[in-house]
Design a protein around this ligand. Structure first.
Ligand SMILES: Nc1ncnc2c1ncn2[C@@H]1O[C@H](COP(=O)(O)OP(=O)(O)OP(=O)(O)O)[C@@H](O)[C@H]1O
Length: 688
């Protein structure tokens, strides 16, 4: 049966069939691509809605020439993330306006458990398809409620299906790319949150069976993560660290170092720089191999607070947050000395379940735990309600009212990408809690986050300055080469029309730019703050000097162009005059008719060059002559090879013009057509 948006088929809960067959092979499509999936057998366990693809979002943290050690050193020193200087700068989509991204919400419905089956409890959940859930009302009087989510996992869905269709894969990919990703499980006690995230508790007792189908999302995500890292390790270096904490009775306990922490809980502090909350002195463990990550998971699961009550034998009595920090280092394509560093993380959050203490019969310690759990979940509920309400979301959000909401603040409405897995029981006896959870989840779906780049401003500055210095250097080299091309003019004694041109040209040669000292890129991380600032200053100085030189070169070039323009115009004016003189001379009965310019010039290639030289007293306008012929003209027009400047050439043209004028004047003199002042019928005036 195809589960498409137009499908009107409604199936009842198949949980009692309890099929454990893995559906992963039968399912089409995958990830968060918004594809509706079905099984070949016709039994659908996963229905997807039209999902937004988050693929447009990605994040990079740019670091110049530094290995990832800086952040990691801090991790080793067991201090908080707050001690880093990272600032949120902009989204990785390339634009400075960050994309908004809705929280991705999926729902998992667990099968009816033995107790429920025994007590003849019924399922109140139906699956209309298209990511929808129909839940019967509290009583027969109430109407069934329809909810819509990104994906719905029916009771038969396997653990592998959750990995493949919840969108977690995309979150892992984004974490590798530098985003803060969070997946959290929400739901009433006994609804399957821990089962979904980590699998049944006996998996962590004794020797681990890697192929066990019960392994949860965290375990499977670790495998997927390492698979991706292996594919990418050829050109990228990855460093992984992990932490695992629980919030038990509003106290933060380090699950990787629980002894000390139980005596003195860790503090949750506000970071001005990060503009977020963080846990001080949380232990971070290096995870070079997959086994290290799995060991962190095992260790944390062993140490977390578990209790039992009527609704769950292994009830989580705390909220847990397992975080994997992923730092990647990649050499920039065009800048060998520049490394692009990305620092992402993924949080796996297993919330303790809300519980009706009347139902669970909690008392004593368990009751106190239940009250704290319910209280923090209530605050989470307020936060979600406010954030999903467009009128309230810019108002006060009570994150500070619980440790949980402080630590989830960024995932809920900050700069990360978030996946919520709402877990529900299908049993009629739990219908009011189920409706509450479904409402919660529907609200959460309306919340938008803004995934952003986190970047160290000093490193970004160094990188941008380096890039600018390089481009300025290239530009200046180019301008210098153009200026050198013009210099022979002054060397050959050609007068500059604007006196300052040569000064500028010479001046820029005198400009000495001292580059910043060479710093070993690998050791950049070891530099102190003041040394880094000094380095930034030196780059800025170099940058400024290059800009100055750049300006000078530009003004020199402009002056040279202006100068050339003036000479050209003057040249043209003189040539025009001479053309007039020549035409007057040709028409004069006193002067013998001369062959036409074209006749002589263009036919000289058939004769000897001497023919042309012999006729050099006839003026020829080089501007009206084809370039090919001009290049042959007695070497008068400079070629790129002999590197005579245009201006020098024009000066030579001028000299030849003067010679031509003299020749015309001599002819006139020879023909005795002078007036008493030696002027040839006014024509000499024209050429003077
Ligand atoms: N999808 C499922 N398939 C099979 N068994 C499940 C499923 N979901 C939950 N269970 C079983 O139901 C019981 C309760 O599940 P789990 O402990 O995960 O609930 P929980 O929501 O984490 O409860 P709590 O909030 O009390 O910790 C467990 O025995 C678990 O193995």
């Amino acid at each position: 049966m195809v589960n498409r948006p137009d499908s009107s088929s409604t199936r009842s809960d198949k949980s009692s069939s309890g099929s454990s067959k893995s559906m992963s092979k039968n399912l089409k499509g995958g990830g968060s691509g918004g594809i509706f999936v079905r099984s070949k057998s016709g039994n659908d366990y996963v229905t997807q809605n039209k999902l937004r693809s988050s693929s447009s979002l990605q994040s990079i943290t740019i670091k110049s020439g530094e290995k990832a050690n800086r952040g990691l050193r801090k991790f080793k020193s067991n201090t908080s993330m707050d001690s880093s200087d990272y600032h949120i700068v902009k989204s990785s989509s390339g634009s400075s306006t960050p994309h908004e991204d809705n929280i991705n919400v999926v729902v998992r419905v667990r099968p009816l458990n033995n107790k429920e089956i025994k007590s003849k409890d019924e399922s109140v959940i139906q699956f209309p398809g298209n990511g929808q859930i129909l839940c019967e009302g509290h009583s027969d009087m109430q109407k069934a409620k329809l909810f819509s989510y990104n994906v719905v996992f029916e009771p038969g869905a396997s653990q592998e299906d959750i990995l493949n269709y919840s969108g977690i894969k995309r979150l892992i990919e984004m974490a590798i790319e530098g985003f803060n990703a969070t997946v959290f499980c929400y739901g009433q006690t006994g609804s399957g949150k821990t089962h979904t995230l980590t699998g049944p508790p006996d998996l962590f007792v004794g020797k681990a069976d890697i192929s066990h189908p019960g392994h949860g999302l965290v375990f499977r995500s670790f495998f997927y993560l390492f698979q991706l890292l292996q594919q990418r390790q050829e050109n990228t270096q990855f460093i992984l660290k992990a932490s695992f904490l629980e919030i038990y009775n509003e106290k933060v306990i380090d699950l990787l170092n629980p002894g000390a922490a139980r005596k003195k809980p860790l503090a949750v502090r506000w970071s001005k720089k990060l503009r977020g909350f963080y846990v001080e002195n949380l232990f971070l463990v290096d995870c070079e191999e997959l086994d290290d990550l799995l060991a962190v998971l095992e260790e944390g699961m062993r140490n977390r607070s578990v209790g039992s009550h009527l609704m769950n034998d292994h009830s989580s009595r705390s909220h847990t947050i397992l975080t994997v920090h992923i730092t990647s280092e990649q050499q920039a394509e065009n800048e060998k000395s520049v490394f692009i560093s990305k620092q992402g993380k993924i949080n796996f959050v297993d919330l303790a379940g809300s519980e009706m203490t009347k139902k669970t019969h909690s008392e004593g310690k368990t009751l106190e735990e239940a009250n704290n759990i319910n209280k923090s979940l209530m605050v989470l509920g307020y936060c979600i309600a406010s954030l999903s309400d467009t009128r309230k979301k810019n108002g006060h959000i009570p994150y500070r009212d619980s440790q949980l909401t402080k630590l989830l603040a960024d995932s809920l409405a900050g700069n990360g990408v978030t996946l919520m897995i709402a877990c529900i029981s299908p049993a009629k006896s739990n219908v009011s809690e189920t409706i509450n959870t479904l409402r919660y989840a529907a609200r959460a779906k309306r919340i938008k986050t803004k995934p952003l780049i986190i970047i160290d401003p000093r490193e970004a500055l160094i990188l941008s300055l380096k890039r600018e210095v390089n481009s300025l250097k290239l530009e200046n080299e180019h301008l210098k080469s153009l200026t050198v091309f013009q210099l022979p003019r002054s060397i050959n004694g050609v007068t500059s029309k604007s006196g300052d041109i040569e000064n500028t040209a010479h001046e820029h040669e005198r400009t000495i730019i001292s580059p910043p000292p060479k710093v070993d890129i690998d050791r950049l991380a070891e530099l102190e703050n003041n040394e880094l600032s000094e380095l930034v200053k030196l780059y800025m100085t170099e940058n400024q000097a290059l800009r100055h030189e750049n300006n000078e070169l530009y003004s020199a070039r402009d002056n040279l162009l202006r100068d050339q323009e003036i000479v050209c115009r003057e040249n043209e004016r003189l040539l025009k005059k001479l053309e007039d003189v020549n035409s007057v001379c040709c028409r004069s009965p006193l002067i013998p008719a001369r062959p036409t310019i074209s006749g002589d010039v263009f036919n000289f290639s058939n004769g000897s060059e001497n023919d042309f030289a012999n006729n050099s007293n006839i003026w020829k306008n080089p501007l009206n002559t084809s370039i090919e012929n001009l290049q042959n003209l007695d070497g008068r027009i400079s070629s790129a090879d002999n590197k005579l400047s245009d201006n020098l050439q024009k000066e030579m043209d001028k000299m030849r013009i003067t010679e031509s004028i003299d020749a015309v004047a001599n002819t006139l003199r020879r023909n005795k057509s002078f007036d008493k002042n030696g002027h040839a019928n006014g024509m000499i005036d024209m050429i003077s």
